[in-house]
Design a protein around this ligand. Structure first.
Ligand code: AN7
Length: 359
């Protein structure tokens, strides 16, 4: 009988493919190994012959894909003797950085745009005890400040401009190929700084080069219409979207992402906030999968491109759902205003009537 190996995290599982040595101390919270869920109802509902899988990254330890990159970025920061990390964030990076800093016993400084990060992310970052610096500005301004201050203070940047973030995040592509037996035809992601699309492409490319995968996917990056520099072809100074995680106008991995587009013969496109929220609700109500608004941008893009015929039928599509729906309760509750629960008397008759009225 085969012995079941229990990995504690993605560095341990993929250490042969990551920049670690036998003496590296892994800073881990058991990240990675997230479910790849085949959608059962949505393809039928939209009348398309396709296999759509979602990579549910909301089940990482802090509820987003950032943990894949953070485990390695913090591991390497500690290995290099760093006592503090810093990031700018739309919310998820700050929560992840804060958690892994605690795990490592070092400090985390996070710059966040005041009033523009989802409630769950703020709650996490507060609980982990990070040094929170709120700015009167957006993510892009915060990122510029972080890059400057890192020249003047002994802090390691753990945004995705840190190459170890990309290295860690590429393992999601490994997991998908390991599970499906090959790369999918299309891989679709929400794009903010474009670190994640860069990371997936790196992962797929490495597996292809080593003949573990027989092909590489077409990479499709989707942005919110009000924050879509890759669609515009130039930076956006005042990005706006309900999907605050991707409210980013000056992407940090600009050149890298254009390379991905070119090499994979993929594309960038945009979806309206209404499309994003509709996709988020569809995943919840038809599949039982709750992701945050930004994450649903990947499915919103797929639905759009399937309807145009740009994504072909008879194919296998993977969408990354980057963060957990619990991250942003405000947007979820606002979206369900019309179905708010009614309150009744606490007796059997009233409850019986409430149920029968619904049947
Ligand atoms: C849920 O936390 O940039 O294109 O500061 O939280 O790799 O930037 C978050 C990004 C998609 C975009 N989905 O990924 C941050 C931050 C969710 C996210 C993205 C983010 P990239």
């Amino acid at each position: 009988m085969a012995i079941q190996t229990r990995y504690t995290g993605l560095i341990e599982r993929y250490q042969d493919r990551l920049p670690v040595t036998a003496s590296t101390k892994f800073i881990s919270l058991g990240e990675g190994n997230t479910p790849l869920i085949k959608l059962q109802h949505i393809p039928r509902l939209i009348g398309k012959e396709v296999e759509i899988y979602v990579k549910y990254e909301g089940l990482n330890p802090t509820g987003s894909f950032k943990d894949r990159g953070m485990t390695l970025a913090v591991t390497k920061a500690v290995e290099a003797g760093s006592q503090a990390i810093i990031c700018a964030s739309t919310g998820n990076t700050s929560a992840s950085a804060a958690a892994y800093a605690v795990r490592a016993g070092i400090r985390a400084f996070v710059l966040i745009p005041e009033g523009k990060i989802a409630l769950g992310k703020l709650a996490q970052t507060l609980m982990y005890g990070a040094e929170i610096i709120q700015i009167n500005g957006n993510f892009d301004q915060g990122m510029a400040l972080v890059k400057e201050v890192a020249n003047h203070a002994p802090v390691t940047i753990v945004n995705s401009i840190n190459p170890f973030r990309i290295e860690g995040q590429k393992t999601a592509a490994f997991e998908i190929v390991d599970e499906l037996g090959d790369a999918p035809d299309y891989h679709c992601l929400p794009v903010g700084n474009a670190g994640n699309i860069t990371a997936y492409w790196k992962g797929y490319s490495e597996y292809y080069a080593d003949k573990i995968a027989n092909k590489q996917p077409i990479m499709c990056g989707y942005q919110a219409a009000g924050s879509a520099p890759f669609v515009k072809g130039s930076m956006v100074d005042n990005p706006e979207t309900v999907a605050t995680a991707i409210r980013i106008g000056h992407p940090q991995s600009w050149d890298l992402a254009w390379n991905v587009q070119e090499q994979s013969k993929g594309w960038f496109d945009k979806c309206s906030d209404a499309q994003i929220l509709a996709a988020q609700k569809m995943l919840s109500q038809y599949e039982g999968i709750f992701c945050e608004p930004a994450s649903a941008t990947s499915l919103a893009g797929v639905l759009q491109d399937l309807s145009h015929g740009k994504i072909k039928e008879g194919t296998k599509i993977v969408c990354t759902l980057t963060g957990n729906g619990l991250k942003d309760p405000d947007t979820a509750i606002t979206q369900c205003k019309s179905t708010h629960p009614v309150t009744i008397e606490a007796n059997l008759d009233a409850v019986k009537k409430a149920i029968l009225d619904q049947m």
